[in-house]
Write a protein that binds this ligand. Structure first.
Ligand SMILES: Cc1cc2nc3c(=O)[nH]c(=O)nc-3n(C[C@H](O)[C@H](O)[C@H](O)COP(=O)(O)OP(=O)(O)OC[C@H]3O[C@@H](n4cnc5c(N)ncnc54)[C@H](O)[C@@H]3O)c2cc1C
Length: 395
């Protein structure tokens, strides 16, 4: 039920209660921060299995650090791997440009583990798929696919790009496909060839050609290892895949099932992988080519744009990708999710233990986060414009 809630008669003395739909990065940040502030939280994650073994690399940015600090996580930089310079390669693998900017990268799985430890195990419900939302002046409740119901003072929609909650509250707000994909791969550092290790390891490296580019950097190992030899190399290669046959075949798995946004490695059609490897031989400098060919399990992510018109709907707050999806060139999808959670927790704290706490907190939180999401979204569309199909894209 859209609209602002009226003052809430929260039970005096009882801890406020938040329901969190989605137990990935945005959901975990919000749950962990609110739990720390004394809220009771229930994280409702659709996946029947822990998400721990998934994911690739991410770049450390300010709001990620801010939110982790608020959770008492110390030495955040040391949890990641710091590149000592940024380089741009030419087709032969020579450095065209070098910039001694340091930048720290993390592994999605390590971040997920750190955040899971901050939420009581019994409050993280796997196999909990939210299908319906109901709210009134006093509370909000959700119904799961298996019929269970949960209710609380606030619902956080952290259920990603195809958010069920957003589709219930703002059905017209759907992601649009940008016309290109990111091929992604992660390999153990010690499986890089000597050439790739010498040129790429320790650097944040780029190579561009018309209508495409690839970049890569080291991230921690599967258990969070940061020492040389045990880290992983993460690469991201943006390639055209115009709407229609090209994207349909990339997102349709070996069993003929169409995936919505990304194709996990295990489902990837062998012909698509072969085509990508041939294109790597044709286009990439030797070091990147070695890294790509050494990757057993590349996966594909279709690049999407989305901006929900609102982030607050009565007692429901949309955070992370459920609220807006920004292109990966910004390296800010996770940072934005962390910022949404951090500032929401802060607004709820600032609102104190008053009856209309949820209403006043969401009213204070929403405008700045919408502005921030739109700015990052526009930045990403600018960075990706040359990759979109069209007369100027060069493919
Ligand atoms: C497994 C995984 C690996 C990722 N790896 C990377 C990476 O390596 N690098 C990177 O930059 N970004 C990665 N991302 C994306 C990144 O997490 C997001 O772009 C960003 O952090 C915002 O996250 P989010 O929590 O808003 O959305 P998401 O990470 O997409 O999470 C949404 C969660 O909601 C759950 N969900 C969906 N519908 C429902 C429902 N109806 N009920 C309950 N739960 C639901 C999903 O199962 C999912 O866990 C990954 C996402 C996932 C899920």
């Amino acid at each position: 039920m859209p609209g602002q809630p009226k003052p809430t008669p929260m039970t005096p003395g009882a801890a406020p209660r938040a329901l969190i739909a989605g137990g990935s990065i945005a959901g975990l940040f919000t749950a962990a921060l609110l739990h720390r502030q004394g809220w009771e939280v229930d994280v409702l994650e659709r996946s029947p299995r822990s998400l721990e073994s998934q994911g690739a690399g991410l770049v450390q940015q300010a709001d990620l650090v801010r939110a982790l600090r608020a959770l008492g996580v110390a030495n955040i930089g040391q949890l990641g791997v710091t590149a000592f310079e940024r380089v741009v390669l030419d087709r032969s693998g020579n450095f065209l440009d070098r910039d001694r900017t340091h930048q720290t990268q993390h592994a999605w799985d390590s971040l997920y583990r750190v955040l899971r430890q901050q939420v009581p195990e019994a409050r993280y419900h796997l196999g909990a798929s939210v299908t319906a939302v109901d709210q009134d002046d006093a509370s909000v409740s959700v119904t799961l696919a298996d019929g269970r119901q949960f209710s609380g003072d606030l619902l956080i929609a952290a259920d990603g790009t195809l958010s069920t909650v957003r589709r219930l509250l703002a059905p017209a707000s759907l992601p649009t496909y940008a016309g290109y994909v990111a091929w992604r791969g992660v390999i153990p550092e010690n499986e890089l060839t000597a050439l790739a290790a010498a040129d790429l390891a320790g650097r944040f490296a780029f190579f561009r050609y018309p209508g495409s580019h690839i970049l890569g950097y080291l991230i921690p190992g599967p258990k969070g290892e940061t020492e040389a030899g045990n880290r992983r190399y993460n690469w991201v290669w943006y390639r055209p895949a115009p709407a229609g046959n090209a994207i349909e075949s990339l997102l349709t798995d070996r069993d003929g099932r169409r995936h919505d946004i990304s194709m996990p490695a295990q489902g990837l059609n062998p012909a698509a992988k072969k085509e990508m490897q041939s294109a790597a031989v044709e286009h990439l400098p030797p070091s990147f080519l070695d890294a790509v060919l050494a990757t057993d399990a590349p996966f594909v992510q279709a690049i999407q744009d989305l901006e929900a018109p609102r982030m607050a709907y009565g007692r429901v707050a949309l955070v992370g990708d459920a609220a807006s999806v920004v292109r990966p060139h910004t390296a800010m999808g996770i940072d934005k999710a962390a910022g949404d959670a951090f500032f929401l927790a802060q607004a709820l704290d600032d609102a104190g233990n008053t009856g209309d706490r949820v209403a006043s907190a969401l009213a204070a939180w929403e405008p700045e986060r919408l502005t921030r999401a739109r700015a990052i979204g526009a930045h990403g569309r600018r960075l990706g414009a040359a990759l979109e199909p069209g007369p100027t894209a060069g493919f």
